[in-house]
Design a binder for this molecule. Structure first.
Ligand code: PGA
Length: 256
């Protein structure tokens, strides 16, 4: 049985004070949730304070990006070891906004994923097609390309502790989520080629979460799909109540 994982991607939002205030409001709302992994991913400047605010609770910390080198002359970058040092367990890699605005490629995603694993961070590798690609019937090809190249060279042990986030670009921040069937179809495809590359047993352990306009009113139906193991939540995670409702929907889906 795969434990659902709900990740809040705060994107470029929240000062330190706002970030701490959000987790202070969120923690009591989800304190009794035991069957879902809950992660928040603030901006780098918020990590230290949020780590402190989360200490001893059931919410874990993630970052929104990472570089692959440990140290050196790489101005502006943050290394995997530094993320561990500040208390991160997870890191989002290859979000479509990074692919679109910051020249992230499958190759850099792969280097980052390997570096994350080398330092005991769980990578959340984002994949997904644009609207144009979907309309041209290219969804399967694009997602396959993103996943296969993103995970290239990961061992079976590493892939089992990798999270894949299927995020159709047309659903991100638009209010137009994929339907549960559309999500399930792509998630099943991803699991089927993980099964070919590794084994059915390995593929059955990999968590594949859906992202793109996940809200309290659509989360349950998405997470109820057999291959949807949680959600990567943007906008609805910037407010405690809506994020908590999504976490609870995942908890109920797991218990049913
Ligand atoms: P959204 O963002 O929930 O605002 O669509 C999702 C994401 O970018 O991860």
């Amino acid at each position: 049985m795969r434990t659902p994982i709900i990740v809040g991607n705060w994107k470029l939002n929240k000062t330190i004070r706002e970030a701490v205030s959000l987790v202070d409001s969120l923690q009591p709302l989800v304190a009794d949730v035991t069957d879902v992994e809950i992660v928040v991913a603030p901006v780098f400047t918020g990590l230290t304070a949020v780590a402190k605010a989360l200490a001893g609770g059931n919410i874990r910390l993630g970052a929104q990006d990472v570089f692959w080198e440990d140290s050196g002359a790489f101005t502006g970058e943050v290394s995997p070891g530094m993320l561990k040092d500040v208390g991160c367990d997870y890191v989002i890699i290859g979000h479509s906004e990074r692919r679109q605005y910051f020249s992230e490629t499958n190759e850099t995603v792969n280097r980052k994923a390997k570096a994350a694993h080398a330092h005991g961070l769980i990578p959340i590798i984002c994949v997904g097609e644009s609207l144009e690609e979907r309309e041209r019937g290219k969804t399967g090809a694009v997602v396959t390309d993103h996943v296969l190249n993103g995970i290239d060279g990961l061992t079976a042990d590493q892939i089992v502790s990798t999270v894949i986030a299927y995020e159709p670009v047309w659903a991100i921040g638009t209010g137009h989520n994929a339907t549960p069937n559309q999500a399930q179809e792509v998630h099943a495809l991803i699991r089927s080629f993980l099964s070919e590359i590794y084994s059915a047993n390995v593929a059955s352990q990999v968590r594949i979460q859906y992202g793109g306009s996940v809200k309290p009113d659509n989360a349950a139906a998405l997470i109820a799909q057999s291959d949807v193991d949680g959600a990567l939540v943007g906008t609805a995670s910037w407010e405690a109540e809506s994020f908590a409702q999504i976490v609870k929907a995942a908890n109920e889906a797991f218990l049913n």
